[in-house]
Write a protein that binds this ligand. Structure first.
Ligand code: PLP
Length: 373
């Protein structure tokens, strides 16, 4: 089976370990094991628990403790609605593998995480794209979605909060999307890996899994919870679908690592501490970015409402890749070129990392822009 190369991952693999100021990273600044254990307030007890742990496969579909913690992030989900996966990337891959057949119509927004259009394309699905436009605040035009829906539409895929734009589909629009999906009996998948990072309120918008009988939410510990090293994600969705996913999952997962599960449960049990820390980082860094954009005439953007990334539009006669490579080589600052997101003419910034790195990286970028004149 042939599949298009994953643009963002190739870019990251090539350059991520060769930059000084990583403004391509999309996690809220990752936590150390020590920081996590300090936040849990049970450091010594947890360390004692670890030593006698026998490293078996553990609970195959995710431990009860972990799934009971995950359902706290939802309104209506039960243990049976959750299956644990290798990151959100594993969750998304399993959803597509389970649902999509050759010839099925799949409607995906763009830009989004490339899995959502390249995987169904590789299965021979009829993939239709709804392009997110700057003039709509990078929100989908629902009339365009309605016009694409047919009787054989199997799946509509969105990603809100959105990577790369930071756009947020609020609940009223999400409910309209549910109505569109329901009109053709399609599943509605929201890749919710950035859920919990909204600039307003408690950071969370209602999950699609709580709004629709065929709603599927995928998520993980990586971004909102700053624990990408755990490689732990999940699917939240209808029980029958979880059952079907598990049939596929038996062939490629067995279980998620016991230590990953254990630390994820600990993190979710002290989620308020992690979320408070992360909301502050996201808020302060968004304001640093906003102030920088305001004084940089060659750069503009739609201010992100959520997530950890934004798309920067640049007024420079250069391809996004050339610009990113030159910037990396001359100043050590790493962005992601729009070209690898099918969004030429833009750069993606991940702004939720270390505040000092963000400030210095933006200063270096300003130097680079001044030197172009
Ligand atoms: C929208 C989106 N979905 C899924 C993933 C994969 O995340 P995870 O680390 O949970 O596998 C990413 C990572 O960048 C992402 O941006």
């Amino acid at each position: 089976m042939k599949i298009k190369a994953f643009g963002v991952e190739m870019w990251m693999n090539e350059y991520e370990n060769h930059c000084r100021y990583n403004l391509a990273e999309t996690c809220v600044e990752s936590l150390t094991v020590e920081q996590l254990l300090e936040m849990s307030g049970k450091k010594d007890a947890i360390l004692q628990e670890l030593l006698p742990m026998k490293l078996t496969y553990g609970a195959i579909e995710g431990s009860d403790r972990l799934r009971d913690n995950i359902i706290q992030l939802y309104g209506k989900q039960k243990r049976e609605n959750i299956v644990v996966t290798h990151g959100a990337i594993g969750a998304n891959a399993l959803v597509h593998e389970t649902l999509v057949n050759p010839g099925d119509r799949v409607i995906s927004i763009l830009p989004t995480y490339q899995q959502h259009y390249s995987i169904p394309e590789s299965y021979g699905a009829d993939v239709q794209i709804v392009k997110l436009k700057e003039e709509n605040g990078f929100l989908p035009d629902l009339d365009e979605v309605r016009a694409l829906v047919t009787d054989n539409t199997r799946l509509i895929v969105i990603n809100s909060p959105n990577n790369p734009t930071g756009a947020l589909i609020e609940e009223p629009m999400l409910r309209e999307l549910v109505e569109i999906a329901r009109s053709c009996d399609a599943y509605l998948l929201n890749d919710e890996v950035y859920r919990g990072t909204n600039a307003e309120g408690d950071g969370f918008t209602t999950s699609v899994a709580d709004l629709y009988e065929k709603g599927i939410g995928t998520s993980s510990m990586s971004k909102t919870f700053s624990l990408a090293g755990l490689r732990l994600g999940w699917v939240a969705g209808p029980e029958e679908l979880i059952h079907d996913i598990c049939i596929h999952r038996d062939y490629n997962t067995i279980s998620v690592g016991m230590l990953d599960e254990h630390f994820a449960a600990i993190a979710l049990e002290c989620r308020d501490q992690i979320l408070n820390r992360n909301r502050q980082i996201c808020h302060e860094n968004r304001e640093v970015l906003d102030a920088w954009i305001a004084q940089e005439p060659k750069i503009s953007y739609v201010k992100p409402k959520s997530g950890t990334t934004a798309l920067l539009k640049y007024d420079i006669d250069m391809s996004s890749r050339e610009l990113c490579v030159k910037l990396l080589e001359s100043k050590g600052v790493m962005f992601t070129p729009g070209s690898v997101l099918d969004m030429e003419g833009y750069l993606r910034i991940g702004y939720a990392n270390n505040p000092q790195v963000l400030r210095e990286g933006l200063e270096k970028f300003s130097e680079f822009l001044a030197e172009l004149n």
